[in-house]
Design a protein around this ligand. Structure first.
Ligand SMILES: Cc1cc2nc3c(=O)[nH]c(=O)nc-3n(C[C@H](O)[C@H](O)[C@H](O)COP(=O)(O)OP(=O)(O)OC[C@H]3O[C@@H](n4cnc5c(N)ncnc54)[C@H](O)[C@@H]3O)c2cc1C
Length: 396
């Protein structure tokens, strides 16, 4: 049996934040799309990841009519604490750059986007498998898959977008001769927990200590997210609640903080790396979000970059489709990469400044404290951090 055929303007592989936001923005411009997603909606809804939205990400959700829940249910943070050398030091975003960020979990971003696509009659196929992309350099590229009922399906489109995350199959369809990949591996990971407790602090604490980094983050009045630096091969089963709390309390206690404890409901080890693939276009296939680049989570940039990519890509697709000129998409890679490399630098800088290096010497740890001290004691240093953390404006 030949597969059932659907024709659309834009085929989108991956229904995470990048894929769903792109589909939403295209629909607003009158451009139809089909999104195919490997997981069920429930699975994506329950995958805990990012939590900090830059102000332009907040505006994108609110002003394009996805939902204003981000403003109602999210928490505005006007700064962070950098904790090192025995004390906390606040970086005041509002005072330094007149900007803030919003604490709003990625699970809620996804729920808002999925609801908006449902509300507006978007075509999103969840729970598909055996996904493959074909003919990406032709004028009718396609995506083939088996749908949730077990039927083979084919979507043909003018443009195909790979928004399929860090294990992208779309990225792999770029011939090796047509792509460059840039990597940086790190010798550590994050041990992440969710716990039922009141917040330990009103804003995020980025905590340097001789035992390694810890990040104290929040979710709601009763649920908190915290992380500590660990070995990438750490086994979560080796860590009881008591052992986790002792490790976290020791690290933040070195800088004068005490955490509110409670039952730990989830624990995961998150290895991370820096990665970029250039260019982000091959023929009529374009990449967006984690499919094209990943960053360590220390700078809270991954989700924001994914949303920034598709903001630019939606504009460029709209122009190329309305003018019937695919060459107008050539500027996408350059516009997107300008922000991506700034975010790569910022995420790398925050990571290396705050994490205990492998086989750290006393010199290495003292030098990090010197670096942190230079940042908090200098208006120029603090302003750079505040500007990067709250997000750079679009470059046209
Ligand atoms: C465990 C974890 C914790 C993180 N924590 C943070 C954080 O604290 N702060 C931060 O800023 N960032 C964080 N990130 C990064 C952030 O979550 C990502 O940058 C963001 O999700 C990128 O969005 P995306 O839409 O590009 O990719 P994704 O969210 O990964 O979405 C891609 C979607 O494509 C689907 N898919 C994959 N392959 C296929 C296929 N072949 N066919 C169809 N669908 C496919 C996947 O199921 C997925 O739903 C974290 C990431 C992980 C993995």
């Amino acid at each position: 049996m030949p597969p059932d055929l659907t024709r659309t303007r834009v085929g989108i592989v991956g229904g995470g934040p990048a894929g769903l936001m792109l589909s939403h923005l295209l629909a607003r411009a009158g451009i139809d799309s089909v999104v195919v997603e490997l997981r069920t909606r429930e699975e994506v809804e329950h995958t805990h990841r990012a939590g900090i939205l830059e102000q332009d990400s907040v505006r994108l959700l609110d002003e394009t009519g996805v939902s204003d829940r981000v403003l109602r249910d999210g928490y505005r943070h006007e700064g962070i604490d950098l904790a090192f050398g025995g004390a906390g030091h606040r970086i005041d975003f509002e005072a330094l750059v007149g900007a803030s960020v919003q604490l709003y979990p990625q699970t809620d971003v996804f729920i808002d986007l999925a609801d908006a696509r449902d509300r507006d009659g978007g075509d999103v196929r969840y729970d598909v498998n055996e996904v493959g992309v074909v003919d990406v350099t032709s004028d009718q590229p396609g995506v083939l898959f088996t749908d949730s009922a077990g039927e083979r399906q084919e979507v043909r489109c003018d443009y195909l977008v790979g928004a399929d995350g860090s294990r992208s199959i779309c990225r792999d369809s770029f011939p090796e001769s047509q792509r460059r990949q840039f990597f940086r591996e790190y010798p550590f990971a994050w041990f992440g927990i969710l716990c039922e407790a009141p917040p330990s602090a009103p804003e995020l604490i980025y905590n340097h200590s001789e035992r390694g980094f810890a990040l104290i983050s929040q979710r709601t009045e009763t649920l908190q997210r915290m992380y500590f630096q660990c070995d990438p091969h750490e086994d979560v089963d080796d860590w009881s609640d008591d052992r986790i709390w002792e490790e976290l309390q020791t690290r933040v206690g070195a800088n004068g903080y005490t955490l509110q404890e409670g039952p730990i409901t989830s624990r995961t080890v998150l290895p991370f790396r820096s990665f970029v693939q250039e260019p982000m276009r091959h023929g009529n296939l374009l990449l967006a979000g984690d499919a094209a680049h990943t960053v360590p989570p220390t700078g809270a940039k991954g989700l924001n970059l994914a949303l920034a990519d598709v903001r630019v890509l939606a504009e460029e697709l709209e122009r190329a489709i309305s003018k019937k000129d695919g060459s107008l998409l050539d500027s996408y890679t350059e516009r997107a990469l300008d922000r991506v490399w700034k975010a790569q630098h910022f995420s790398y800088w925050m990571t290396t400044m705050l994490h205990r290096p492998a086989e750290a010497s006393p010199f290495d740890l003292r030098r990090q404290v010197g670096e942190l001290s230079s940042v908090v004691s200098s208006t120029a240093g603090s302003t750079y951090l505040a500007e990067a953390y709250t997000g750079w404006p679009d470059r046209d």
